[in-house]
Design a protein around this ligand. Sequence first.
Ligand code: UDP
Length: 327
Amino acid sequence: MERVLITGAAGFLGSHLCDRFLKEGFDVIGMDNLITGDLKNIEHLFPSEHFTFYNHDVSNFIHIPGKLDYIVHFASPASPIDYLKIPIQTLKVGSLGTHNCLGLAREKNARIIVASTSEVYGDPLVHPQTESYWGHVNPVGPRGVYDEAKRFQEAITMAYHTYHGVETRIVRIFNTYGPRMRLNDGRVLPAFIGQAIRGEDLTVFGDGSQTRSFCYVDDLVEGIYRLLLSDYAQPVNVGNPDEITILDFAKEIIKLTGTDQKIVYNPLPTDDPKQRRPDITLAQSLLGWEPKVHRSEGLKITYDYFKSLTTEELNKVEHKNFDKYSH
Ligand code: UDP
């Protein structure tokens, strides 16, 4: 049986990846320090004899007894609100955490895939974004801690590939949504759905003309799985090119939830990218992959998930206690 280590296992994407690898017949070791992840996302996996969980911060040395075939490195805060609150941990997990994962991959002779992001393109001057674009990032702005950590992550991953011959893969993930997103992490989709369910106005930042392109989680996981099994070490965009303005997105959520909430306009955060859409030509030709789930379908599944949460969960402002974690 092949063995895979998934870091960030209790997070939104990590937990879906655990599900997928178990379904594919792997022995899965999930690792998370639970700073932004939640055990609730993986509690259904604990009865499985093929699932083991380690509560560990990958920014510290990682020890895994026995063999490892694959490492799927997804540990990182991933919402702008989170990296404003925990900037040092965000920098550390992208740099030191990735270094530790690469060292482990080298030691175990395992193939590793690292989660990069469309944020490496910053506020892009090229649209849609192709893998050959180097980006437009403000290193000292509020997003710099995430963007630069992920850019360093790509650099060190390529270095381990080139100098140590480690089998590496880099996936550049664009905005993704689905069940198990954290309701109050500030990201736009849970923010809007939470507001609609609670009967609050929807908060559009700026004039809402900025665009994003949202990918349903199952499509993303399929792309990641195929990339891991491919033999391509350069970065690959995985995302849904179906682009929408944030204002139109707010209107879609109002229609979906059947509420008559108003839209209110709040200031645009610093360095908020004006437009974002992946060019997925490479993923299409290399992996035979493209997204299958239309936004109307994916949003409905996600809305049903959020509706199933308890009133207490829906009204919690933020259940995460970042203070107990050291920098
Ligand atoms: N946004 C918004 N209202 C909110 C939360 C976010 O209008 O309540 C906007 C945000 O300014 C950005 C977009 O939605 O332009 C996507 O934000 P998110 O934090 O989800 O992710 P990003 O793509 O910026 O990393």
